[in-house]
Design a protein around this ligand. Structure first.
Ligand SMILES: O=P(O)(O)OC[C@@]1(O)O[C@H](CO)[C@@H](O)[C@@H]1O
Ligand SMILES: [Mn+2]
Length: 441
């Protein structure tokens, strides 16, 4: 077996991983502490003095975490009693096993970026759950909701676009069906730019009409496997008898505008009968600032349903109905908020792997999912995507991702050099995106 490339880490001083750990992650912790401060009176109103004490405790735990991070202290065991505590602590032991005597302990600026970044969010969760009665407070909810409210105009435009497509969609002429699918896939891709962990929690809402800007954004799609998606989905539709299930899974990323783009895509897949059921996978705990939890998922559909914009409200009513009749199914497995690369899923979460094997196609949204698909390793740019997946092939899958990390595979020879020459920050600003497919055709 060929030697695997090493992990992205802050050992590479000046790298995006290094700058994220040095600057952005402490900034995110500071914003979380500020959020707790700003909710002090709410905690008092709800829980009296106990609420104020809890706020103080959570802030002190987050301040301690920030100090450990900023002074590169050894990574410490989790002490809460959650379903995943033992798995996390076993993973910390695994990280220790990767190091030699002289390397010392796993620590922020030495261990793999993927591990320490995931660990930070899991420690934020530990700080909150150890501070009852505010143990179910989501320190990121405010910024996720703000992203939704600030994107209202773009959301209304997207809902109107979907509702005004010729109905019934299933009778659309094939070329038009493909054309509309490609448009909504691209809307879902560019929805991924709205990511609060990249912006350090600063607002990153969608202000423009995405549909009208798709043509201008096309040159920024540097791997485009949409034709593979079309041939797979249209083949599934043709070969499945009426009763058969054509299941598409969407491993979600960010709440707010991006979630809307994913729900619009899911609605289109169902209404066009390209799929017969959609399975969504969200996060069990608040994660990477903007990632979707079940509360965000349900809240968003509720907000859309009660919108005073008629066509938006129609979408929300339909979406609630899809859930009610079992055509949309929401899952949240603990694995998605562990630090493991996805090639470890068969060993660590065999039930989830078996679940994903039922899909005809799995969409993985966003940059963190891409990093976990490729193991957050320093692969060469022209390494085939199939190879970087290191055996993770539950079903045909497609990454829909804007680039926000120094990791990209499956490029043509010379393509990375060309991009570097024209845009030195091509890997990390979210300006470029991919539809990267793996699977039999
Ligand atoms: O998965 P998303 O939401 O597209 O992006 C998440 C993410 O870009 O935020 C971090 C920046 O700190 C990256 O390390 C990580 O990949
Ligand atoms: Mn995210």
């Amino acid at each position: 077996m060929a030697e695997l490339p090493t992990f992205l880490s802050a050992r590479d001083v000046g790298s995006f991983a290094y700058l994220t750990i040095k600057d952005r992650m402490p900034q995110i912790l500071t914003k979380a502490i500020d959020t707790l401060h700003r909710h002090k009176s709410e905690f008092f109103e709800k829980h009296g003095e106990e609420g104020v004490e809890a706020e103080k405790k959570a802030i002190s735990l987050l301040s301690k975490l920030r100090n450990e991070l900023q002074t590169d202290k050894p990574i410490i065991l989790l002490v809460d009693k959650c379903v995943d505590t033992d798995i996390w602590n076993q993973y910390l032991e695994y990280q220790q096993s990767l190091l030699s005597e002289s390397d010392g302990k796993p620590r922020w600026f030495f261990s793999s970026w993927l591990f320490v970044e995931c660990y930070m969010y899991r420690r934020i969760h530990e700080a909150i759950i150890q501070s009852p009665p505010i143990h179910d407070f989501d320190v990121f909810k405010e910024s996720k909701d703000e992203n939704f409210f600030e994107s209202q105009e773009s959301i209304a435009m997207l809902c109107s676009y979907l509702q005004q497509l010729p109905r019934p969609l299933k009778d659309l002429e094939e070329n038009q069906l493909k054309d509309e699918l490609f448009k909504l896939l691209q809307v879902s891709l560019w929805g991924n730019k709205c990511d609060l962990s990249l912006s350090g929690g600063e607002s990153s809402s969608q202000k423009t009409n995405v549909i009208s800007s798709l043509e201008d954004l096309k040159p920024f799609i540097i791997v485009n496997d949409m034709e593979c998606l079309w041939s797979l989905l249209s083949k599934c539709k043709k070969t499945s008898e009426k009763a058969a299930v054509v299941r598409v899974d969407i491993v979600l990323d960010n709440s707010g505008f991006e979630l809307i783009t994913d729900l619009i895509l899911a609605d289109f897949l169902l209404s066009s009968e390209l799929a017969t059921e959609i399975h969504f996978h969200g996060k069990m705990i608040p994660w990477f600032v903007s990632d979707v939890t079940v509360h965000d998922f349900n809240w968003t559909i509720e907000q859309v349903k009660h919108s005073n914009h008629e066509l938006m409200s129609t979408c929300g009513v339909n979406w609630e109905n899809y859930i009610k009749i079992g055509r949309w199914i929401y899952h949240d497995h603990i694995f998605w908020t562990l630090p493991h690369s996805y090639c470890a899923m068969p060993q660590v979460a065999s039930d989830l792997y078996a679940e994903l094997q039922k899909a005809c196609l799995i969409f993985f949204k966003g940059d963190l999912n891409y990093r976990k698909l490729a193991g957050d390793r320093k692969w060469g740019f022209t390494v085939p995507f199939h190879q970087a997946l290191s055996g993770f092939h539950p079903a045909p899958l497609c990454s829909i991702r804007t680039l926000k990390a120094e990791l990209q595979v499956g490029l043509r020879p010379g393509q990375a050099e060309q991009l570097m020459a024209s845009e030195p920050t091509w890997l990390t600003t979210g300006k470029f995106g991919v539809f990267q497919f793996d699977g039999p055709l």
